[in-house]
Design a binder for this molecule. Sequence first.
Ligand code: GAP
Length: 445
Amino acid sequence: MDTIVELCKRRGIIFQSSEIYGGLRGAWDYGPLGVALKDNVRAQWKKDMFQLRDDVVPIEASILMHPRVWEASGHVAGFTDPLVDCRNCNTRHREDQLPTNKSGEPYCPNCGQAGQFTESRAFNLMFRTFVGPTEDSSAQVWLRPETAQGMFVDYAHVQLTSRKKVPFGIGQIGRSFRNEITPRNFIFRVREFEQMEMEFFCKPGTDEEWHRYWIRQRYDWYTRLGITPENLRIRPHATDELSHYSKGTVDVEYRFPMGWGELEGIANRGTFDLTQHAEFSGKDLSYYDQAADERYIPNVIEPAAGVDRTALAFLVDAYAEEEAPSVKGGTETRTVLRFHPDIAPVKVAVLPLSKKDTLTPTAKKVNDLLKPHFVNVDYDEAGQIGRRYRRQDEVGTPFCVTVDFETVEDDDAVTVRDRDTMAQERIPIENLVRYLTDRFTAARS
Ligand code: GAP
């Protein structure tokens, strides 16, 4: 993990928030390449959820919601972690995450002392704030700890206005906030993060089949985008692990450097949420099934993923070090992020062989030609060409396009270098967009 954190910092992908003030624990900023990486994660999720389907629609709900939402959802009463303090060194920990020694006693991961903990207290993870100028309980609201409740409280309105029939889904991507006791492992567990969640409403009795369907869909999404299947697994929750709303949950887990960790939870939430919101709001949230002439509360299947954790899994999975020919002769270690082209932050780099005036106008022309077709094209003319290839490899750019003297003086063609094989091909400029588009399409099949 340290290698990934160092690379992310050095290349401005992800780094500590408020770094010049010493940082804030559990808060990270995304630089230009990190933004591009996250944009790609979101774009691929939206493509799969909305663009390629007719039965899922998007919403964008407000982060601040009516406080009763969180009473109905069970978060005010139950969204807690068990908190303990070490009496020896005064550090704070989650009781359920304490390591144990050979005799099975939990010990402090900071000072190593066993059996020195305070009584465990239930600590609510929701961040609290106030709307308007008065800071009393009537003005108190919460920063949402999950995006899911937006879909439940908007369910009836969206169903009616989009004229969707059950089974159908509502999804959104957005920020969520949790006052995690121990944020850790880089962007794996943070206090402010982004979720990609979808609530799929289906007829009671069909829920288990839809649950299996969404587990398969979501697993395939990760592998299609390049995650190594050996690093991905499906883990059903044990009964005592299930959330209060769940009839059954499986996690899609990734083998992170610190061990297996949840990437996404896929839960069968039954009728819990709509029933609760109907009761708390006094509104009828049942569905009238015209074809069957019956009324029911739909069951809900929820694939809930994190943008940050997914970005981390893509970074870890793509990272490779290998021996490659050195710019100085001999070999050297090449660091390469073997991102799937749809996930790579930079899609194509345009590299004039030298900074000479003879090459610049043509290289700029090639850059302008590519920009409308590929979301992130990088233009880099500084330094030796071999070094520039390495810089692009290190951030996972799938293709480098080199403009050289032959381009200008002779053949109106450029050299396209493949990140993974390092093979180079001469392509006429007039065919370049088509050639690269075909390469991206081929990577998807
Ligand atoms: N609506 C259900 C729900 O929120 P969850 O398993 O608590 O379920 C879903 O969260 C996903 O959100 C997780 O699988 C993870 O990817 C992401 N996530 C949750 N807490 C996070 C945190 N503190 N930091 C980063 N990502 C987090």
